[in-house]
Design a protein around this ligand. Structure first.
Ligand code: PGA
Length: 258
């Protein structure tokens, strides 16, 4: 299975700044076999960065941060995943900031996962418990709900086109008092996610779905996270905006996974 390193820039960098930053990355990132690197800038920068990547013949991929689940129509202000075809290969779906700030529900996310698959864009479905849910011992139920909620209408063939990112909300750097998740915490949750997938789709499929970890990843902890059994890559927020850090994490991934 490939190793995925995905940088989520969130609502940062103007179009010009995004292009300058990508230029910097293009000079420094050396891809390796089996390593997939994607960046998720703001929607407004996707088109120009896709031209920049095409011109430079880079294999770095683009990832959307979000989209609306209908393909087209009277949805003022929205961008559909169909409109992103040919521009991105991936899209984050159900990031906790979408769930908690913008009120996205499992039903919305079920439609988004289906829309992404229908349009040949790989959804990176984020799941993860809040601090409160964790303290009440509800992690297992939350992961189960979020996975069933988003994937219940997806068949086994299509679920192989999905990537899951385990992002405990309490460990995300934008969260007040964010904490660092230990490799043991992550290993337990990744096991739970795989066993949920196994229950729905069987063992073989459950082993083919890549699972990424995200939440305060930086060059100091990336190596430990990438060696957790069952973790196939990282979804990186804050550190992906610091070119030295992002490049370091890619180098660490090459070393750890080679
Ligand atoms: P972080 O963000 O790396 O800044 O914690 C991760 C994410 O929100 O995807």
């Amino acid at each position: 299975m490939k190793t995925y390193i995905v940088g989520n820039w969130k609502m940062n960098l103007s179009v010009g700044e995004s292009s300058i930053y990508l230029q910097k990355l293009l000079k420094r990132i050396k891809l390796a076999k089996g390593l997939e690197v994607a960046i998720a800038p703001s929607t407004i920068a996707l088109q120009s960065l896709s031209v920049q990547l095409e011109r430079s013949k880079s294999k770095i991929k683009l990832c959307a941060q979000n989209f609306y689940q209908k393909d087209y129509g009277a949805y003022t202000g929205e961008v559909s995943v169909m409109q992103l075809r040919g521009i991105v290969n991936y899209s984050i779906v159900g990031h906790s900031e979408r769930r908690y700030i913008f009120g996205e529900t499992n039903k919305d996310l079920r439609q988004k996962v289906a829309a992404a698959i229908r349009n040949n864009i790989t959804p990176i479905l984020c799941v993860g418990e809040t601090e409160n849910e964790r303290s009440y011992g509800e992690t297992k139920d939350v992961l189960r709900d979020e996975i069933f909620g988003a994937l219940s209408e997806i068949d086994a063939d299509d679920v192989k086109k999905v990537i899951i990112a385990y992002e405990p909300v309490w460990a995300i750097s934008s969260t007040k008092d964010a904490k660092i998740a230990s490799p043991d915490d992550i290993a337990d949750s990744v096991k739970l996610i795989r066993s949920e997938l196994k229950e729905i789709y069987g063992k073989e499929v459950s082993e083919e779905v890549p699972i990424l970890y995200g939440g305060s990843v930086n060059p100091n902890n990336a190596g430990a996270y990438l060696t957790i059994p069952g973790v196939n890559g990282l979804l990186i927020g804050g550190s992906s905006l610091i070119s030295d850090h992002f490049v370091d994490i890619i180098e660490i991934a090459k070393r750890v996974k080679s």
